[in-house]
Design a protein around this ligand. Structure first.
Ligand code: ADP
Ligand code: TYD
Length: 198
């Protein structure tokens, strides 16, 4: 049965881990699952990923950044998500439009309306189900920082921003497509809670 599932949450909340565990659990039941991520998920969008996640934090204005994330999402939708849903696969994505609503919509001034209008114009779809993995910002940040690498732009913005993101995600999660999952347990406990909600 084709369904479109996203994982959202602050950096280090455990999205990638849980998206992978859910994909494995559904594959074990015989479902075709396409596990993907944003920014990225298609060759073109992975190129845009490098542009937005590497380099100087002041490389792009807030507005340019919204355009780049939306361009990446449009390509991901055209090349990966829609074809997979059309052949009946389950699509699980590590982040989708809610991340832009949070990171670009509220982190550097109030651009929420710009994000929403562009989303309506260029994307126009939401996941059937969104798991928000909720975790205190300091725990997420310390988990995220254990991963070294070039892609540190948003984590580098610090604890205050992560707190704001957490509150923003919880506000978005009042919409019925969300399930809020407590991200403080073990990986196995969280995976079980997700399967129970599914
Ligand atoms: P995200 O994709 O949300 O940034 P990850 O799944 O990459 O999060 O997890 C961030 C880090 O925390 C990784 O090093 C991962 O192994 C670790 N981690 C994930 N889930 C848990 C958990 N439940 N308890 C402790 N550490 C975890
Ligand atoms: P991701 O690889 O999921 O990082 P993490 O595993 O730390 O959660 O995403 C990389 C960064 O991109 C993350 O800091 C959030 C940011 N991001 C946005 O700012 N806007 C977006 O629309 C998306 C999809 C991600």
């Amino acid at each position: 049965m084709a369904r479109f599932i996203s994982f959202e949450g602050i950096d280090g909340s455990g999205k990638s881990t849980q998206a992978r565990l859910l994909a494995e659990a559904l594959r074990a039941r015989g479902e075709e699952v396409v596990l993907t991520r944003e920014p990225g998920g298609s060759p073109g969008a992975e190129e845009i990923r490098r542009l937005v996640l590497e380099g100087d934090p002041d490389r792009w204005s807030a507005e340019t950044e919204i355009l780049l994330f939306t361009a990446a999402r449009r390509d991901h939708l055209e090349k990966t998500i829609r074809p997979a849903l059309a052949r009946g696969a389950t699509v699980i994505t590590d982040r989708f439009a809610d991340s832009t609503r949070m990171y670009q919509g509220i982190s550097r001034g109030d651009l929420a309306e710009v994000v929403d209008r562009l989303h309506q114009l260029m994307i126009g779809v939401e996941p059937d189900l969104t798991f928000l993995i909720d975790l205190p910002a300091d725990v997420g940040l310390s988990r995220a920082k254990t991963r070294a690498g070039l892609e540190m732009r948003f984590e580098d913005m610090g604890l205050a921003l992560q707190e704001k993101m957490r509150a923003g995600f919880l506000a978005l999660a009042r919409s019925p497509r969300f399930r809020v999952i407590d991200g403080t347990g073990t990986q196995e406990q969280i995976a079980a809670a997700i399967l129970a909600q599914l």
